[in-house]
Ligand binder design. Sequence first.
Ligand SMILES: *[C@@H]1O[C@H](CO)[C@@H](O)[C@H](O)[C@H]1NC(C)=O
Ligand SMILES: *[C@@H]1O[C@H](CO)[C@@H](O)[C@H](O)[C@H]1NC(C)=O
Length: 364
Amino acid sequence: MASPYASPYALSFLLLLLSVPAVFFLAPRLLLPKTLPAIPDADETEDLALFRRAVLLSAAPAPPAPATSGSLFGRRAHQAQPPKVAFLFLTNSDLVFAPLWEKFFAGHHGLLNLYVHADPSAVLSIPPTPSFRGRIIRGNKATARASATLISAARRLLATALLDDPANHFFALLSQSCVPLHPFPTLYRALVTDNNAGTGRHRHRSFIEILDSEDTLPARYVARGDDAMLPEVPFDRFRVGSQFFVLAKRHAVMVVRDRRLWNKFKAPCLVKSRDSCYPEEHYFPTLLDMQDPDGCTKYTLTRVNWTDAVGGHPHTYQPEEVSGDLIRDLRKSNGTYSHMFARKFAPQALGPLMEIADSVILRG
Ligand SMILES: *[C@@H]1O[C@H](CO)[C@@H](O)[C@H](O)[C@H]1NC(C)=O
Ligand SMILES: *[C@@H]1O[C@H](CO)[C@@H](O)[C@H](O)[C@H]1NC(C)=O
């Protein structure tokens, strides 16, 4: 009664049975990557060329040091260019707060420049605000969470600003959800007059948060593998801080020049460590703390509210929360200076923010 086909079927069945364990063992290795996507080599090469040019230019003989005492404004005629603040906007969406920033910049264009690094997917319909027009930098690449692309984008902004205007002296990294908390002259005065009082050396400091004992550090340190950061970054040198900072020029050059730490931080995280992968919160504080700890304030000027944070996103202020009292509250800080910027604000908060711009934000 045996069917003539039984035997071949049995054989295939046997082969199938045998291959099941093989598939189980090999599939995860062959089909599922163990790491998140790496930065494409072509992007790296292009960045390297840009960074080299920026470092070369910055190493060229500098013009006389800018005067930092006496009147900060209105004495440009007989002096070297005053130091300028480069505002670096890193965005993956439209810059809806451009009208507010425009108000903040108004009347101070001789003391600032701005640059926008927008994700190629961002639909930019920047309102007719003169400061932002034509400031989109070339060579923009896609940025994504849990990858070193946010570091690359920040370094591209720094390099572009270094190349664009040698007078750029302070480099403020901002996102599309950041807003100013004080008028421009208040920020400018804080940056220019802060000079490491007490050391006797006139050096501007960078306003960058540098923390060394957060609970998240161990998991984040091994996000690329247990020993992946060695020997360049031992665990006791690994730092964390907000990715939003204001760097002094020598530190901007330091960051753009660096290849040693970048080679470590650009390595993709393991897939299983995705939730501990925030390289942009570690690269800058770790690098600066290794190379010039005394030149950094160790706190940021950008206020953020981590109460009830969800999925790594801080509290986002909604239009109904915006008030003069909120702005005054957000300014308060434990540092020498009050906070100059805050995040995150929902796009719909623009209207209420514009209403209190003249009476609160740009006053005092
Ligand atoms: C921070 O956010 C929480 C809600 O997540 C809110 O209750 C609190 O008022 C906020 N703090 C400030 C200073 O705005
Ligand atoms: C200031 O420090 C105190 C005590 O460490 C802390 O509770 C408070 O949140 C800090 N305030 C700000 C604005 O950082």
